[in-house]
Design a protein around this ligand. Structure first.
Ligand code: ATP
Ligand code: MG
Length: 397
């Protein structure tokens, strides 16, 4: 008996003319994601993608774990593939469903026939399969209103498929179908979540991390690399640019008012990240900011930050409470890394009393002693030159 994965691509089905482009992108991403598990054949029909193992030794449990991380998969199920012959379906159903049905009390069967040339109607198929399952499992009773398990029989163009229902996939859209954005990735909890949420809408990522050696350590840098690796599991390859920010921050410390240190640092981050993003053909920046979470994230502080960015700034965590961000962080496997206690460059030279509501005009004036354009350009160029990008095995989406 052959077991396959049926993928329902949900939102993609709504995309009309673009549908096949999206479907192809999803198949490409699935293929890359499952490449390490084995060779599969992918076919798309009726809003479903069939993922069919091409050898008997493929570990389908592992394949399912990978599928769960692929954006664009609304729901999926494991299913037995049977010849389109009622005798074969009746033989395979009890064997394939033994584990599921052996341990529950009630069930019903739902059949769907997209191949209308199949000689039985859907109710006839359901009745036949239901009868066979009742005969095979003495513990079972039919309950059409509220069954423990619904058994599905789908008669499609090529084969019949038998399964016990689908589970939710990662949702969203296939990465690479919505352009690219540049994530400002600190070592904290919020920015990896912001990257995950943006990738979920089909956006591919590059990332910029600002570090200030010798004030920040190599371990802090490694931590950001590991966070990037966590994100690649969902977002595909990510080029990580590590910007040496020490000189910029020293100049801000020496030449600008201390209470504006953080907001001016942020503005320099935006300018530098914009240049790197342009190099990567990214169309937006992404941050993990959430309104009023800290002093530098009040609306007036955000306005000052935004003013220095040369492209739109996406803030997918903006309306989330910390506990909601933490929940996602745990779900994607970033949390334990994010809470490791290594210093962030934002924490150095931090003033005792940062200004919570800085006025943009004051900040611009306070910045005047800095040559902001050259500083950003030099920092960005050095990061790009170093080619210290972090690239995972999976190719760029
Ligand atoms: P996070 O948990 O993402 O670090 P945070 O709550 O600590 O966020 P801040 O330190 O104020 O908030 O940073 C706000 C945002 O600015 C971060 O989410 C991130 O996008 C960006 N950022 C801060 N520090 C850095 C850094 N060292 N490198 C890159 N981006 C940074
Ligand atoms: Mg932080």
């Amino acid at each position: 008996m052959k077991e396959i994965i049926l993928i329902k691509n949900g939102e993609l089905a709504l995309k009309g003319l673009n549908r096949s482009t999206f479907e192809q992108a999803l198949i490409k991403n699935l293929r890359r994601r499952l490449g390490e598990v084995g060779v599969f054949k992918y076919t798309a029909a009726q809003s479903t993608i069939n993922v069919v193992p091409q050898s008997d030794d493929i570990d389908l449990d592992r394949a399912v774990e990978e599928v769960k991380k692929v954006f664009g998969v609304a729901r999926f199920s494991r299913a037995a593939q049977a010849p389109k012959d009622i005798g074969a379906i009746l033989d395979i159903a009890p064997v394939y469903l033994e584990k599921t049905l052996g341990s529950c009390a009630t069930f019903k069967v739902e059949s769907k026939r997209s191949d209308k040339s199949f000689p039985m109607t859907s109710p006839e198929i359901s009745a036949a399969v239901g009868g066979r399952l009742l005969a095979s499992f003495r513990n079972l009773k039919v309950n059409v209103r509220n069954p423990d398990v619904v058994v599905y029989v789908e008669i499609r163009d090529d084969y019949a498929y038998i399964h016990a229902g689908s589970v939710a996939g990662a949702g969203g859209l296939p990465v690479g179908t919505s352009g690219r954005a540049c994530l400002l990735l600190s070592g904290g909890i919020d920015s990896p979540v912001a990257g995950y949420m943006t990738a979920k809408r089909g956006v591919s990522l590059c990332a910029v991390h600002f570090m200030s050696p010798p004030y920040t350590s190599v371990r802090a840098e490694k931590k950001v690399e590991r966070l990037t690796e966590v994100l690649t599991a969902y977002a595909g390859d990510i080029h990580l640019y590590k910007v040496d920010f020490a000189r910029t921050q020293e100049l801000i410390r020496d030449l600008c008012p201390p209470e504006l240190f953080t907001v001016i640092s942020r503005r320099m981050m935006m300018r530098t990240a914009t240049l790197i993003a342009e190099k990567e053909n990214a169309l937006a920046l992404i941050t993990g900011e959430s309104i009023a979470q800290v002093a530098s994230q009040t609306l007036s502080a955000l306005a000052c930050t935004e003013d220095a960015a040369g492209m739109p700034v996406l803030r997918p965590c903006i309306g989330l409470d910390k506990n909601e961000i933490v929940e996602t962080s745990r779900k994607i496997g970033a949390f334990d890394i994010s809470i490791e206690p290594y210093e962030d460059c934002c924490a150095i030279f931090t003033p005792k009393h940062p200004k919570t509501n800085p006025a943009l005009a004051d900040v611009r004036k306070a910045e005047e002693p800095l040559d902001v354009v050259s500083l950003a350009r030099e920092a960005a160029e050095a990061a790009v030159m170093k080619k210290n990008s972090y690239i995972r095995k999976v190719e760029l989406f």
